[in-house]
Design a protein around this ligand. Sequence first.
Ligand SMILES: [Zn+2]
Length: 332
Amino acid sequence: MSIPLPRGLRELTPRVHVWLPDGHATWGMANCVLVTGQDTALLVDTPYTADMTRHLQELAEQVLPAGTAIDTVVNTHGNGDHSYGNALFPAAQIIGTEANAHHLCAEPAPAELAHLVASSDPDSPLGAYVRRHFGRYGDFGGVPVTPPNRTFSGELTLDVGGVTVRLLEVGPAHTVGDLIVHLPDEGIVCTGDVVFSDDHPVHWAGPIEQIHRATLRVLECDPRLVVAGHGPVMTPADVRVYADYLLELRGAIHAGHAAGRPLTEVSAELIDGDSRPHWGLTERMAILAAIEYRALDGASTPPDLLHLVDFAAGFTVPAGGAPEVVSVPDVS
Ligand SMILES: [Zn+2]
């Protein structure tokens, strides 16, 4: 199955271009942002696979002045769909938060994820779900996990050939190590996955209060445009709607927990009562609820990511349901 990729980068300002793959209602198609300065360039996040990354590199060459290379990569967080492509920037400085580097090590490696897709029971909810959403990525191009080679905590300001780039740590939120990228002279913020555009949220660290706080941090930068981790470019008004939605969900989950209701029941109610059916991946609300329950229960161990995906998959694919994607990579 081929992956539909953008035919070009979209110009937001003369110095900022965005790669916007169509990732609606599926996993892994994350946005990347190219910042071009004098004789140098910076890329916010790298794609999920080697092929996707090479494709982005070709498109970047079309907009970069001759002789200008991507010397700096920033990872907004440690999920593979924002960082597996790091391996294709061997000469670059790769920046992430200190906490991000730790998270990256907890994420399933590309080969492990490919193996899971190939070996899981296609008739199980998890097997059907991972085939549908991850089967297209094959073996990810065999990329090794390449963590940041420069880390920081708090805030870091870069001068990228005359363009000011502020990196603001906002985690734990979506993951333990999130940052947002503020381009003050361009009026742009890149949020990573503390904000999703047109899809339901999923978070691995939380709790929701932290994610809400991160969205407020985005708005405090007073941007003109916001590039979420996935989906179309947003306005600040869109982010405000998203922030309010997070509080709505938080209220419903906390009420369920306070009433002693089981997680499965509260998750099903959130999904059935979805107030934004045009957004994709409704089932991810089950993960959101599970993470919130863990926080309310005082869980101190890191969550099992695959267990959470399995839990969400149970709300989408009936046992014995046929997967939509049947081509599975050979990873033997
Ligand atoms: Zn993502």
